[in-house]
Design a binder for this molecule. Structure first.
Ligand code: DGL
Length: 262
């Protein structure tokens, strides 16, 4: 089984992309809704929560972990890889790989939570791969609560997006990394601000699913360890009507969210 976790519902964009590309494998999702958002918490707290989430998924039989949260991936992926014996995937590296090949102007924008942007992980990984590229980052702390509230098309959301995105637009960014798994829900609104023709949006949920697909093609033993023995499961540490509505929007069908403690 493939275990996927996020601080809330955003990582469901990853679960949905994995389900669409690799429907033969079973997924167990854990959304830590009781403690969301992670992006405004300290490094130590995010690490502590990431360990608890990983252990929850391992107890349920995960053979692979996907950290479907940039905030958690930016501070905890190294520690989780040291601590646990299963392959650990995260959303940042696949997005960086795609962004580096997609840009023409060499100006890449990254939007994310405070924790992700503060970690400097995107700049570091992008410039390690391609030292000549310029990275312009912007923390967008209000976007996660707006998505969690389901305010995708609200006038206020559009105004806040304009405020966050205008500085990046002025830098002639041609490739914009959605450095938070909540943001694919705002793709249309973001593209509208940037101009559809001029901007490549990098959606880490799709990129991590493609990376996992390739890894499984190259690792038959791991593939075999993943046999399906039931339906996909979606656990949350708190159950809200907003989460139920967003899950249905992401998957295009009703999703049974089960409330548990991590
Ligand atoms: N979905 C998480 C991410 O990718 C952000 C949510 C949060 O801040 O908790 O960073």
């Amino acid at each position: 089984m493939i275990g996927i976790f996020d601080s809330g519902v955003g990582g469901m964009t990853v679960a949905h992309a994995v389900e669409a590309l690799l429907p033969q494998y079973q997924i167990t999702y854990y959304g830590d809704l009781a403690r969301t958002p992670y992006g405004s918490k300290s490094r130590e707290t995010i690490i502590e929560y990431s360990i608890a989430n990983t252990e929850f998924l391992l107890r349920h039989g995960a053979k692979i972990i996907i950290i479907a949260c940039n905030s958690a991936a930016s501070v905890a992926s190294g520690i989780l890889r040291q601590k646990y014996d299963v392959p650990i995937f995260e959303v940042i590296t696949p997005a960086v790989n795609r962004a580096v090949t997609a840009t023409v102007t060499g100006n890449i924008g990254v939007i994310g939570t405070r924790a992700t942007i503060r970690s400097g992980i995107y700049e570091k990984k992008i410039t390690e791969q391609a030292p000549g590229l310029h990275v312009f980052s912007k923390a967008c702390p209000l976007l996660v609560p707006l998505v969690e509230e389901g305010w995708l098309n609200a006038r206020e959301t559009k105004m806040i997006l304009r405020k966050y995105l205008t500085p990046l637009k002025l830098k002639q960014v041609d490739t914009l990394v959605l450095g938070c798994t909540h943001y694919p829900l705002l793709k249309e609104q973001i593209l509208h601000r940037f101009g559809k023709k001029r901007t490549t949006l990098i959606d880490s949920s799709v990129e991590v699913a493609l990376t996992l697909q390739q890894h499984l093609e190259e690792n038959p033993a791991l593939r075999e360890s993943l046999q399906r023995n039931g339906e996909n499961r979606y656990f949350v540490s708190d159950l809200t009507s907003a989460a139920v509505a967003i899950a249905a929007k992401i998957f295009g069908r009703q999703i049974d969210l089960a409330k548990v403690q991590s």
